[in-house]
Design a protein around this ligand. Structure first.
Ligand code: FES
Length: 183
Protein backbone atom coordinates (compact mmCIF):
# COMPACT_ATOMS: atom_id res chain seq x y z
CA UNK A 1 0.00 0.00 0.00
CA UNK A 2 2.68 2.30 1.00
CA UNK A 3 4.44 1.47 -2.23
CA UNK A 4 1.24 2.20 -4.14
CA UNK A 5 0.83 5.37 -2.20
CA UNK A 6 4.39 6.26 -2.94
CA UNK A 7 3.93 5.40 -6.56
CA UNK A 8 0.62 7.26 -6.68
CA UNK A 9 2.12 10.22 -4.89
CA UNK A 10 5.27 10.26 -6.90
CA UNK A 11 3.88 11.94 -10.03
CA UNK A 12 2.13 14.57 -7.91
CA UNK A 13 5.30 15.29 -6.03
CA UNK A 14 7.16 15.29 -9.27
CA UNK A 15 4.63 17.65 -10.84
CA UNK A 16 4.56 20.01 -7.90
CA UNK A 17 8.35 19.97 -7.82
CA UNK A 18 8.37 20.72 -11.51
CA UNK A 19 5.80 23.46 -10.93
CA UNK A 20 7.93 24.87 -8.16
CA UNK A 21 11.01 24.71 -10.34
CA UNK A 22 9.10 26.35 -13.16
CA UNK A 23 7.77 29.08 -10.88
CA UNK A 24 11.20 29.56 -9.37
CA UNK A 25 12.72 29.73 -12.81
CA UNK A 26 10.08 32.19 -13.97
CA UNK A 27 10.63 34.30 -10.89
CA UNK A 28 14.37 34.31 -11.46
CA UNK A 29 13.71 35.02 -15.09
CA UNK A 30 11.46 37.95 -14.19
CA UNK A 31 13.98 39.35 -11.74
CA UNK A 32 16.73 38.76 -14.23
CA UNK A 33 14.75 40.53 -16.93
CA UNK A 34 13.88 43.36 -14.58
CA UNK A 35 17.53 43.74 -13.68
CA UNK A 36 18.46 43.68 -17.34
CA UNK A 37 15.81 46.25 -18.23
CA UNK A 38 16.60 48.62 -15.34
CA UNK A 39 19.86 49.97 -16.73
CA UNK A 40 18.05 50.57 -20.04
CA UNK A 41 15.14 52.38 -18.35
CA UNK A 42 17.58 54.26 -16.16
CA UNK A 43 19.58 55.27 -19.21
CA UNK A 44 16.36 56.60 -20.78
CA UNK A 45 15.89 59.01 -17.88
CA UNK A 46 17.96 62.04 -18.87
CA UNK A 47 20.39 63.04 -16.16
CA UNK A 48 20.21 66.56 -14.77
CA UNK A 49 23.30 67.66 -16.69
CA UNK A 50 21.81 66.33 -19.93
CA UNK A 51 18.55 68.16 -19.22
CA UNK A 52 20.53 71.32 -18.59
CA UNK A 53 22.17 70.91 -21.98
CA UNK A 54 18.70 70.77 -23.52
CA UNK A 55 18.27 74.49 -22.94
CA UNK A 56 20.75 77.32 -22.99
CA UNK A 57 20.47 80.81 -21.61
CA UNK A 58 22.18 83.55 -23.55
CA UNK A 59 22.94 87.08 -22.41
CA UNK A 60 22.40 89.30 -25.43
CA UNK A 61 23.40 92.56 -23.73
CA UNK A 62 26.99 92.62 -25.07
CA UNK A 63 25.87 92.15 -28.70
CA UNK A 64 25.85 95.44 -30.57
CA UNK A 65 23.66 96.34 -33.53
CA UNK A 66 25.13 94.74 -36.64
CA UNK A 67 26.98 92.06 -34.65
CA UNK A 68 26.46 88.31 -34.70
CA UNK A 69 27.33 85.66 -32.19
CA UNK A 70 27.24 81.90 -32.52
CA UNK A 71 26.41 79.70 -29.59
CA UNK A 72 26.14 75.95 -29.32
CA UNK A 73 22.82 74.36 -28.50
CA UNK A 74 22.27 70.59 -28.49
CA UNK A 75 25.42 70.16 -30.53
CA UNK A 76 24.38 72.59 -33.27
CA UNK A 77 25.45 76.17 -33.88
CA UNK A 78 22.80 78.79 -33.29
CA UNK A 79 23.25 82.10 -35.10
CA UNK A 80 22.12 85.16 -33.18
CA UNK A 81 22.20 88.41 -35.11
CA UNK A 82 21.27 91.82 -33.85
CA UNK A 83 20.00 93.17 -37.10
CA UNK A 84 20.47 96.70 -38.35
CA UNK A 85 17.46 98.78 -39.36
CA UNK A 86 18.45 98.30 -43.01
CA UNK A 87 18.54 94.50 -42.62
CA UNK A 88 15.12 94.49 -40.99
CA UNK A 89 13.72 96.71 -43.71
CA UNK A 90 15.24 94.53 -46.47
CA UNK A 91 13.79 91.40 -44.86
CA UNK A 92 10.31 92.95 -44.59
CA UNK A 93 10.45 94.36 -48.11
CA UNK A 94 11.15 90.86 -49.45
CA UNK A 95 8.17 89.25 -47.70
CA UNK A 96 6.38 89.52 -51.03
CA UNK A 97 9.30 88.29 -53.15
CA UNK A 98 9.30 84.96 -54.93
CA UNK A 99 10.47 82.91 -51.94
CA UNK A 100 11.24 79.18 -52.31
CA UNK A 101 10.00 78.68 -48.72
CA UNK A 102 7.52 81.53 -48.20
CA UNK A 103 7.59 82.94 -44.70
CA UNK A 104 7.06 86.50 -43.51
CA UNK A 105 9.95 88.03 -41.60
CA UNK A 106 7.60 88.82 -38.70
CA UNK A 107 6.91 85.09 -38.34
CA UNK A 108 10.61 84.34 -37.93
CA UNK A 109 11.40 86.75 -35.11
CA UNK A 110 9.95 87.62 -31.74
CA UNK A 111 11.69 91.00 -31.67
CA UNK A 112 12.61 92.43 -35.07
CA UNK A 113 16.13 93.30 -33.96
CA UNK A 114 17.01 89.76 -32.91
CA UNK A 115 17.20 87.01 -35.50
CA UNK A 116 17.85 83.63 -33.88
CA UNK A 117 18.33 80.59 -36.11
CA UNK A 118 19.95 77.19 -36.20
CA UNK A 119 23.10 77.81 -38.24
CA UNK A 120 22.91 74.66 -40.32
CA UNK A 121 22.27 74.79 -44.05
CA UNK A 122 19.04 72.98 -44.84
CA UNK A 123 20.58 71.43 -47.93
CA UNK A 124 23.18 69.00 -46.59
CA UNK A 125 24.05 70.45 -43.23
CA UNK A 126 27.08 72.68 -43.80
CA UNK A 127 27.51 75.75 -41.62
CA UNK A 128 26.84 78.83 -43.74
CA UNK A 129 29.16 81.84 -43.80
CA UNK A 130 28.00 85.26 -42.70
CA UNK A 131 28.60 85.30 -38.97
CA UNK A 132 32.07 86.79 -39.07
CA UNK A 133 33.17 90.16 -40.31
CA UNK A 134 34.56 89.67 -43.81
CA UNK A 135 32.51 86.53 -44.48
CA UNK A 136 30.62 86.34 -47.74
CA UNK A 137 26.97 87.02 -47.00
CA UNK A 138 25.72 85.89 -50.38
CA UNK A 139 23.63 87.75 -52.89
CA UNK A 140 20.92 88.67 -50.40
CA UNK A 141 23.09 90.06 -47.62
CA UNK A 142 22.40 87.35 -45.08
CA UNK A 143 24.29 84.06 -45.11
CA UNK A 144 25.98 82.05 -47.81
CA UNK A 145 26.64 78.33 -47.84
CA UNK A 146 29.62 77.74 -50.11
CA UNK A 147 29.20 73.95 -50.12
CA UNK A 148 26.76 74.06 -53.03
CA UNK A 149 25.91 77.74 -53.21
CA UNK A 150 22.84 78.45 -51.09
CA UNK A 151 22.08 82.12 -50.46
CA UNK A 152 20.01 83.20 -47.45
CA UNK A 153 18.60 86.68 -46.91
CA UNK A 154 18.60 88.92 -43.84
CA UNK A 155 15.74 86.88 -42.41
CA UNK A 156 17.61 83.60 -42.97
CA UNK A 157 15.24 82.63 -45.77
CA UNK A 158 16.58 80.59 -48.65
CA UNK A 159 16.63 82.73 -51.78
CA UNK A 160 18.89 80.94 -54.24
CA UNK A 161 20.63 77.59 -54.44
CA UNK A 162 19.75 74.00 -53.55
CA UNK A 163 18.69 74.40 -49.90
CA UNK A 164 14.99 73.48 -49.76
CA UNK A 165 13.93 75.47 -46.71
CA UNK A 166 14.77 78.53 -44.65
CA UNK A 167 17.24 78.29 -41.77
CA UNK A 168 15.34 76.81 -38.84
CA UNK A 169 14.15 78.90 -35.92
CA UNK A 170 14.79 77.08 -32.63
CA UNK A 171 12.30 77.28 -29.76
CA UNK A 172 13.27 80.18 -27.50
CA UNK A 173 11.81 82.66 -25.05
CA UNK A 174 12.90 86.07 -23.85
CA UNK A 175 13.44 85.81 -20.09
CA UNK A 176 14.25 89.53 -19.90
CA UNK A 177 14.77 92.21 -22.55
CA UNK A 178 18.27 90.94 -23.16
CA UNK A 179 18.28 87.33 -22.01
CA UNK A 180 16.91 84.42 -23.95
CA UNK A 181 16.51 80.78 -23.19
CA UNK A 182 16.88 78.49 -26.17
CA UNK A 183 15.28 75.09 -25.94
S1 FES B 1 25.03 72.14 -47.65
FE1 FES B 1 24.64 74.22 -47.97
S2 FES B 1 24.38 74.36 -50.07
FE2 FES B 1 24.73 72.27 -49.78
Amino acid sequence: MSETATTADAPEEGESRRDFLLIATSAVGAVGTALAIWPLIDSLNPAADVLALGSTEVDLAPVKVGQSITIKWRGSPVFIRRRTADEIEAARKDDGADLPDPEADADRVQKAEWLIMVGVCTHLGCIPLGQKRGDSKGEFGGWFCPCHGSHYDTSGRIRKGPAPTNLLIPPYVFLTDTTIKIG
